[in-house]
Design a protein around this ligand. Structure first.
Ligand SMILES: Cc1cc2nc3c(=O)[nH]c(=O)nc-3n(C[C@H](O)[C@H](O)[C@H](O)COP(=O)(O)O)c2cc1C
Length: 331
């Protein structure tokens, strides 16, 4: 039982930054070392990080680092600040360990987030991915320019970029996952990023052809890896969440694993140093081990922070440092 279980979902979400601050202040773990690896010029002491949307404005980075995470992803940040979608935007199902959200990229905007990250960076010793998205009121025909603007803005300070074209909560965003659009964006994005890796975060709701198209276009455009997956529009039987909005947690796990397997198999011969990050339904240390065994290079969690709690980083380190836990189990 977690204390935050007894607080209404929206309030618990609003209080989370304070709760985390107090929680982390009483701890100062080192960045846990397990399964460390070097990718390009980035060193990952361990392979478990926080997912996009957890620290949207880069205001909690020091706390996450104190809890021992291997890497951070901040954002989604958009060019201009924007508020959440109207109405109910967050729900939890404790029994089934699922979350639901319809947030729609609420964030303080690129100017403020850039400032926050510059302040935070001096203390950070772990890689920071910057997740970027378009503003909800701008047209898809302007999206490419918005992504390029954001990459230019954060180029000097981000360790890597995540192109978010997969949130279900910004109308029309997922239409940008086509082969042609991604190839065109990535060609320009990689130039503006000046050597900083650019990854693409994909939706779990694509069919196999759509996935192949997204992968092909992104790789042809020069992307450095993929994050699989964002939240899903599908619902398990008897689900009480609204039909719109994204579901994450336990009932996303199978879809996320399936996309991971399809992606690994599609990229088998062209994998080179593409980084594959798995996220979706990773709720405990054993899930981390399973996803790595399936072939992911890194893993992330959002729902795990709610249903397991922030000790997931320490407990995962403990599990992964046991001699009989190997990530080299092939899927
Ligand atoms: C409340 C909430 C907000 C989210 N916000 C973002 C976001 O801003 N950008 C993003 O790329 N993903 C966002 N996500 C998706 C997560 O990064 C992740 O892909 C998804 O929740 C699946 O992981 P999980 O099962 O561990 O929650 C959000 C998820 C939740 C639950």
């Amino acid at each position: 039982m977690k204390i935050w279980q007894y607080i209404p979902a929206r309030l618990a979400h609003a209080l989370a930054p304070w709760g985390l601050g107090f929680y982390a202040a009483a701890r100062d773990y080192p960045t846990f070392n397990w399964d460390s690896f070097q990718w390009k010029n980035l060193f990952f002491a361990n392979r478990l990080g926080i997912a996009g949307g957890v620290d949207k404005n880069a205001t909690m980075t020091a706390s996450w680092q104190r809890l021992g995470v291997g890497f951070l992803e901040i954002g989604t940040v958009t060019p201009m600040a924007q508020s959440p979608n109207p109405g109910k935007i967050f729900g939890r199902d404790w029994e089934n360990r699922n979350l639901w959200n319809k947030m729609g990229f609420p964030n303080d905007g690129s100017e403020d987030v850039y400032y926050n990250l510059c302040q935070a960076k001096t203390e950070l010793r772990i890689p920071v991915f910057v997740n970027i998205g378009k503003n909800r009121n701008s047209k898809n025909s302007d999206a490419e320019n918005e992504y390029l603007f954001l990459i230019e803005k954060f180029q000097a300070i981000a360790d890597a970029f995540v192109i978010n074209v997969s949130s279900p909560n910004t109308a029309g965003l997922r239409e940008l996952q086509t082969q042609a659009w991604l190839e065109s964006l990535l060609r320009r994005a990689t130039t503006v990023a000046k050597g900083k890796p650019v990854l693409v975060k994909l939706s779990p709701d694509m069919d196999e052809d759509e996935l192949q198209g997204s992968l092909k276009g992104s790789v042809a455009g020069g992307c450095s890896g993929f994050i699989l997956t964002n939240t899903t529009l599908s619902r398990p039987p008897n689900c009480s969440f609204a039909k719109d909005g994204g579901l994450s947690g336990k009932d996303l796990a199978e879809k996320s694993k399936n996309l991971l397997k399809l992606t690994l198999s599609a990229l088998k011969d062209k994998r080179k140093d593409l980084l594959i990050i798995s996220v979706g339904g990773i709720l405990c240390p054993e899930d981390v081990a399973e996803r790595l065994a399936l072939g992911a290079d890194l893993v992330q969690t959002y729902s795990g922070l709610v249903f397991y709690g922030p000790e997931i980083f320490k407990d995962t380190a403990q599990l992964m440092n046991q001699p009989d836990v190997s990530r080299n189990v092939s899927a």
